[in-house]
Design a protein around this ligand. Structure first.
Ligand code: NDP
Ligand code: BG6
Length: 514
């Protein structure tokens, strides 16, 4: 074996010892069951993620993958559907064949016991199947969650290994439906068996928030209402609903992104230091933040819906209502800006601005802390506010906008930044996909980056009154053009609550050697 290959084996071996503790424990068989194996999420994310983890030697040795859906499929059919998303190189062919040799597929319905008994017989027939640990991934529309979990619990549980269930968002539509789903799941499984995925919690920079905040002395003393003027959490996408209009129209941007991805990030930005990095200690602190937030007021919200830009350069970009899968006259927002407050000692009065939208001018997700003006200014108002920006994607970075003396004979302040761009600092490090980290966490039983039922309840409590109001009143969203920055009223709202946009500075990603 070459020294490079040996080194890689050592690293993987060490990582596996860290992940699974006693290496012998990984000799137990594991079975990963994908419900909805014929679907979009399965082919684009779940199978590719399992392949990457398998290829990189990060799964327990005896791991089998069982697809389940109503469609009449074979493993080669699944392979064909997934290959375009799996980033295969020529060197992977043997490993890829080995991966698919561990795959099988069962065709069955979601609501009948016979099909689940057939699945159970198959699971037991796999090597070590009777004692295996089982992971059930529900890559399914939420409409079938209840019958599928009931059938798993009744017919497919391992009695000699552990069982874990992974549930995809949306976890309900509002407080009541989410509570019903939670009650149903908790009647079948214990909380430590339920893994509710919010894939933003698997992103590098979102996970870095805790280390950045609690592993550095310098941030603690300024991370509060004395120094922070406002916090802006942004999610922007370049494209529209992309043929997912049917799904999206039922939910809208608040349920799709704001109530989960942005609110989860807010918790990590705002929470106090947890007692430890234990999953429940961290989630306890997140819940405390949510409990101190009042339901969002409609006066603090701007909603938008994109319209086509058929005159734009290049390809015509159609509006949301031009999508044939969207009902005519739909009022579903594709853009929202909302201001929320956390009524605790640390944050009282500080606006947290959540903004998200589709079909905007750029793709970007970031956290921005804007600090207060310097008290007792001696530079004649020429200093801009400091901003600490954690850029989640694309191109992970942390940068601090700050004032410096203009170099040379001048004595005037000038804006610059302290920049930590991942691609410059960590040139050869490839960051894993969010799903890779999260699925690995399920194997390891680590729930820190998953949503606990009480977090979910609080999140719905904060957004349900607003969602009900805009749906009952059929609040018309403001139009914005595909590819624009969204409705200008959203920027008026941000200004009104105290965000200062200097407009004098733009972060440019530093050049890095590839
Ligand atoms: P799909 O619409 O592709 O559904 C997955 C599978 O479920 C289908 O292949 C189909 O399998 C079965 N199915 C579809 N509709 C029904 C129905 N009405 N009744 C019973 N079974 C049905 O969904 P996705 O793969 O896109 O999403 C799965 C889950 O993941 C959803 O909860 C979604 O919200 C969530 N999600 C998806 C993302 C994505 O990028 N796709 C991103 C984030 C979350 P068959 O007919 O063969 O049984
Ligand atoms: C999903 C939303 O949860 O997140 C999609 O349903 C959105 O509408 C997606 O496009 C964004 O994820 P990412 O990882 O591409 O930023």
């Amino acid at each position: 074996m070459s020294s490079e290959a040996l080194n890689r084996c050592e690293i993987i071996g060490q990582l596996r010892r860290e992940l699974y503790g006693d290496p012998l424990s990984s000799h137990k068989a594991h079975i990963f069951i994908i419900f909805g194996a014929s679907g979009d999420l399965a082919k684009k994310k779940i199978y590719p993620t399992l392949w990457w983890l398998y290829r990189d030697g990060l799964l327990p040795n005896e791991t089998y993958f069982v697809g389940y859906a109503r469609s009449n499929l074979t493993v080669p059919d699944i392979k064909t559907a997934c290959l375009p998303h799996m980033k295969i190189t020529d060197a992977d062919s043997d490993c890829l064949a080995a991966f698919f040799s561990k795959n099988s597929y069962i065709c069955g319905s979601y609501d009948d016991a016979t099909s689940f008994n057939k699945l159970q017989v198959h699971l037991l027939s796999l090597p070590g199947g009777a004692e295996a640990n089982r992971l059930f991934y529900l890559a399914l529309p939420p409409t079938v969650y209840q019958c599928v979990t009931t059938n798993i619990s009744a017919h497919c549980i391992s009695h000699k290994g552990w069982n874990r269930v992974i549930v995809e968002k949306p976890f309900g539509r509002d407080l009541q439906s989410s509570q019903e789903l939670s009650c149903h799941l908790s009647s079948l499984f214990k909380e430590d068996q339920i893994f509710r995925i919010d894939h933003y919690l698997g992103k590098e920079m979102v996970q870095n928030l805790m280390v950045l905040r609690f592993g550095n002395r310098i941030f603690g003393p300024i991370w509060n209402r004395n120094s922070v003027s406002c916090v802006v959490l942004t999610f922007k996408e370049l494209f529209g609903t992309h043929g997912r209009g049917g799904y999206f129209d039922d939910f809208g941007i608040i349920r799709d992104v704001m109530q989960n991805h942005l609110l989860q990030i807010l918790c990590l930005v705002a929470m106090d230091t947890p007692a430890s990095t234990n999953s429940d200690d961290v989630r306890d602190e997140k819940v405390k933040v949510l409990k101190r937030m009042a339901p969002v007021s409609s006066a603090d919200v701007v909603l938008g819906q994109y319209v086509g830009d058929v005159k734009g350069e290049g390809q015509a970009r159609f509006g949301y209502l031009d999508d044939p899968t969207v009902p005519a006259g739909s009022c579903t927002p594709t853009f929202a800006t909302a201001v929320v407050y956390i009524q605790n000692e640390r944050w009282d009065g500080v606006p947290f601005i959540l903004r998200c939208g589709k079909a905007l001018n750029e793709r970007k997700a970031e956290v921005r802390l804007q600090f207060t003006d310097v008290p007792g200014d001696i530079f004649g108002g020429r200093c801009q506010r400091n901003e600490l920006v954690m850029r989640v994607q694309p191109d992970e970075a942390i940068y601090l906008k700050m004032m410096t003396k203009r170099p040379g004979v001048y004595f005037s302040p000038e804006e610059t930044e302290l920049d930590f761009t991942y691609k410059s600092r960590y040139k050869n490090v490839e960051l894993p996909d969010a799903y890779e980290r999260l699925i690995l966490d399920v194997f390891c039983g680590n729930q820190m980056h998953f949503v606990r039922s009480d977090e979910l309840r609080e999140a719905w409590r904060i957004f349900t009154p607003l969602l009900h109001k805009i749906e009952q009143e059929k609040t018309a969203p403001l139009s914005y053009t595909y590819g624009s920055r969204g409705p200008i009223e959203a920027y008026d709202l941000m200004r009104r609550v105290g965000f200062h946009y200097g407009g004098t500075y733009k972060w440019v990603q530093p050049h890095y050697a590839t």
